[in-house]
Design a binder for this molecule. Sequence first.
Ligand SMILES: [Zn+2]
Length: 421
Amino acid sequence: MNRLVLQLGGYWLAFTRHGKIFHKQLEQFLELNTLKVSDFQAWRSQQYEKIVHHATTRTHFYKLIRNPELLATNKADVRSKYELFLTRHRLDPRVRAISTSGTTGVGLRIFTDNFHMSSVAASWWAFRANFNVEFGEKGIVFGGRKISSHGKHAIPWVFLKPINQILASTYHITDNNIPHYLNILEKEKVVWIHGYPSALIPIARYIIDHNIDIQVRPKLVSTGSETISRESRALLSSAFKCQVSEYYGQVEGVCSIWRCNYGTLHDQGILGELTLRHAEDKGVSEIIGSGYWNYTMPLLRYHTGDLLLSTKSTCKCGRPFALGSEIEGRIDDYVLSSDGRKVGRLARLFTNVIEGDEAQLIQISLGKFKLLLPPNGSADKRKFKSNLESLLGEKITLEIEIVEQFKRTRSGKLKTVIRSF
Ligand SMILES: [Zn+2]
């Protein structure tokens, strides 16, 4: 049943998100990259003014804000007062609701329409075009969708013919199953691969450890939804022998960021206005977006809660809107010290201390931590503990546990840091 629903969904996607509007938007987005920066910027200002005018005249939420400087929204506003952002009735047949499971466990409902969804889909293909992937070329997505098993397949996957994409399960990636996944990549001759780092890294590690020369040369491996270290990007690149990049977006579709071949993160510039607000932590900024295309539920100066390490303003690649070097996770990815301080950016703790590609830190209570490692992982416990103690400014207890599976969010994402209290 689940497979049939997904396959029918493929047709639905082909007709809605990849229809006329999609092609018009994609053409426009690709052309923007050929323009002078000043012309690109002028186009952006025009889109921003249009959506601000629409939001401030048509939604109850923004109508009340007289001073445009004060326009600001966050997830809590949208969660509790979503109807104030709507310009159409939520039961209008043109309106689509998307529910997110939410990384903090509290779901969010975003209302959108075909115009917005087609624009977001076009931004993905505009991103892939930077790596010479053309629209319609075959790809595989390791996403959070649960896919039921099928008699003839050793692992669950489904081919969505109308959009020429394979959906593969991220819930079945074990050393026993990885040869089956590699088999799909080779047989289906995929041109691009996209997935959570926590899905793609074990596959890449397997390829390297078993010295496998895979019989497929994708043009691009891209990751999203979770943070990825420079070392893991290098691992993906040597395993798949191709370009590796990253795409950052959100369900809300208010802005997008991608990584160029020089390793720099760029504001893509086509989904929305992006601003950075300095967070408490030095060098880190929160990503704030004003989406250009959601006329059903415009979100202006929307605080995404995602953090970026902003370091650069120019890039050797010559493309505009360079932003920084790393997506740093979420504002709510922190542990608490006994005196109530929130300590974030913990991914740095894992560098040079953990052997293996992934680990997960769980804070059980104040001063009490557990570090989860995969069966082939190991860590310098003393060093990890003292690094964490110096960040927190207090003594802690740390336990290390080897686990077959990490804890994942409902959508299958792997969070590096979890507070379980
Ligand atoms: Zn660049």
